[in-house]
Ligand binder design. Structure first.
Ligand code: GMT
Length: 374
């Protein structure tokens, strides 16, 4: 199949899923064309059967807001025609599905170009419910030839909020278990924890929904009973406030802010526990990546997270903002080796059995075929 993929190419779960999906499809023999404004972060354009088409957005003095959506639509139509695309798969509803719809209409006189929209979360829960984007988000969903969502929670929420009547196929997030694997010896952990402290890790885009300040508060609480060090991976608006809070709580020596990192799997497997204290997660890809690496997540009981983590079996789920509760779970994991061992094994098993690429990618391939056959 010739598949066109559009996503946000910078750091963020939806772009990561789109990129990893494209790479996996290419391994399975499909020709994959990324149509984005920059090279997606985890994409090596030298990979066989992977093609990258940059969307250039020209600016003119009249354009206070350069019309990216239109430039993208033009490029999608051009690529679809030149490379005989069978299908477009866009990740994140706004504005990608509107551009796909325009490209489809541009080509309608000569060829069919169905498009699938994958909903990732904030496109529905935050952006989509913003009054100015609500009608266009609903319209973009209704006009898609196929819709997938990354969790049952997000499917139900989309139906509830937008009253969408079309089928939404749930295709959950996935992880490549050959790249995300445990390192029980944690050989390089000493780089960050020279005195043998236990390592906690948090990875995100540091947006308010991630509650990164809670990570610092949890560390301060944990350190009252166990020596621990926190790795903060990623960047975004709440990084400054988190650094400030670490100084205020006098734990700044015990937190490393590492910024954006390309090979997160190398860092995740060094840690004992992952912190994901989010206000909302439609799935929580990073918790899945951690589980594949044998790192136990302590997360909040929100959105689609319970579809991934079974409380007290392969991770812990606590209430949003309950610092004492989350810190207590971390302390249990850092002090009870047997428990930690059982839970990290259960997490790896869950990741490999239910969410590995071999299980999930065929679901996308099948869905492409279903949409093409309609
Ligand atoms: O908030 C993020 O982590 C970024 C966001 C995105 O769309 O880039 O992530 C969403 O998509 C991920 C991949 O499908 C999901 O695993 C995340 O749970 C989801 N984030 C939220 O729902 C807040």
């Amino acid at each position: 199949m010739n598949v066109g993929i559009t996503c946000y190419p910078t750091y963020g779960g939806s772009g990561i899923v789109a990129t990893e999906l494209g790479l996996e499809l290419a391994v399975r023999g499909h020709e994959v064309h990324f149509i984005t404004y920059a090279n997606p972060i985890r994409l090596d354009p030298g990979t066989p059967r992977i093609h990258y088409h940059e969307v250039e957005v020209s600016t003119y003095p009249l354009f206070q807001y350069p019309p990216y959506c239109l430039a993208l639509a033009s490029r999608m139509a051009e690529v679809a025609e030149s490379y005989d695309l069978d299908i477009l798969h866009v990740h994140y509803a706004i504005p990608h599905s509107i551009s796909a719809m325009l490209a489809q209409q541009m080509l309608a006189p000569t060829r069919r170009l169905p498009f699938i929209t994958t909903l990732h979360g904030t496109d529905i829960t935050l952006v989509g419910t913003d009054r100015s984007y609500f009608p266009i988000t609903r319209f973009s969903i209704e006009k898609s030839d196929g819709i997938t969502s990354i969790s049952e929670y997000l499917r139900a929420r989309t139906v509830e909020v937008f009253g969408v009547a079309s089928e939404i196929r749930v295709v959950q997030n996935f992880v490549n278990c050959d790249r995300y694997y445990p390192d029980d010896a944690k050989t390089e952990a000493a780089l960050y924890a020279p005195a043998g402290e236990k390592l906690l890790i948090h990875l995100s885009n540091f947006r308010p929904v991630k509650r990164v300040l809670d990570c610092v508060r949890i560390l301060a609480e944990v350190r009252k009973s166990v020596p621990a060090h926190l790795l903060m991976v990623g960047d975004g608006p709440d990084r400054g406030p988190a650094e400030h809070l670490a100084r205020e709580l006098k734990v700044d020596r015990h937190v490393s802010f590492l910024g954006k990192q390309d090979h997160v799997e190398r860092l995740i497997r060094l840690a004992h526990v992952l912190l994901m204290p989010s206000d909302l997660e439609s799935f929580g890809l990073v918790a899945l990546e951690a589980m594949a690496c044998g790192v136990v997540p302590v997360a909040t009981r929100v959105g689609g997270v319970p579809e991934l983590i079974t409380d007290a079996e392969d991770g812990f789920l606590e209430a949003v903002g309950d610092i004492a509760g989350q810190a207590a779970r971390v302390v249990t994991l850092l002090t009870d080796e047997d428990r930690h061992y059982r839970m990290r094994k259960a997490g790896r098993w869950n990741a490999a059995e239910r969410f590995c690429t071999e299980k999930i990618i065929p679901q996308y391939e099948k869905y492409y075929q279903d949409v093409l056959n309609r």
